[in-house]
Design a protein around this ligand. Structure first.
Ligand code: COA
Length: 169
């Protein structure tokens, strides 16, 4: 297993094409996609394409969305990570957890350690994050990990709040 990072309760590892079932499960839940304006994934083949075309290419830059497992029972709970948006050269923090694992602080724990990893290990200078203006749970996570709100804007036709963290070292 390609482990990237550990937190007190979570292990981060790289996805492989063998994880299509896990992505299908997560990305086929309308509650999880509620604020994301993405089509629901309905087949394992579609999930495999997401892994191939969206997730794996980011690993070549040591960035990407990493699979999260709980340390206590090795359960897959979703993903978290930093992605390069080559259109504007911004590195973007994102996370997506299965709904039965919400409300346990896992997203905040994952996002906090990911941000630190981005600065300390990947030596990124600036990390941004967008959350749909109504996605209160996600906005709370970004505020709790200390990212600074900068503006409301429309990104890919979605009204979002944009947050930034700068590496001051
Ligand atoms: C956004 C998302 C990741 C937030 O998940 P979450 O579980 O609500 O987030 P948190 O990790 O902050 O946990 C929430 C609560 O768990 C509680 N909690 C329980 N045990 C805890 C613990 N050991 N440590 C910390 N918090 C704990 C906290 O009270 C916290 O709520 P509070 O900060 O209001 O007090 C989740 O809603 C999700 O995956 N949504 C779908 C995808 C999505 O929208 N992604 C974001 C795109 S911008």
């Amino acid at each position: 297993m390609d482990i990237i990072l550990e937190t007190p309760r979570l292990i981060f590892r790289r996805f492989t094409e063998a994880d299509a079932k896990l992505i299908l499960e997560l990305h086929s839940d309308p509650l999880v996609l509620q604020y994301l304006h993405e089509p629901l994934v309905t087949t394992e083949e579609e999930a495999k394409q997401i892994i191939r075309k969206t997730i794996l290419p980011q690993y070549k830059m040591n960035l990407g969305r990493w699979a999260l497992h709980t340390k206590d029972n090795n359960k897959f709970i979703g993903w978290c990570g930093i992605k390069l948006n080559s259109a504007n050269n911004e590195t973007d923090l994102g996370y997506r957890l299965s709904n039965e694992t919400w409300g346990k602080g896992y997203a905040t724990e994952a996002a906090e350690y990911t941000l630190q990893f981005g600065f300390d290990t990947l030596h990124l200078k600036r990390i941004i994050a967008h959350a749909h203006v109504q996605n209160t749970a996600s906005i709370n996570v970004l505020e709790k990990i200390g990212m600074k709100y900068v503006r409301d804007e429309v990104v890919d036709d979605i009204p979002v709040k944009t947050f930034v963290a700068i590496n001051n070292l």
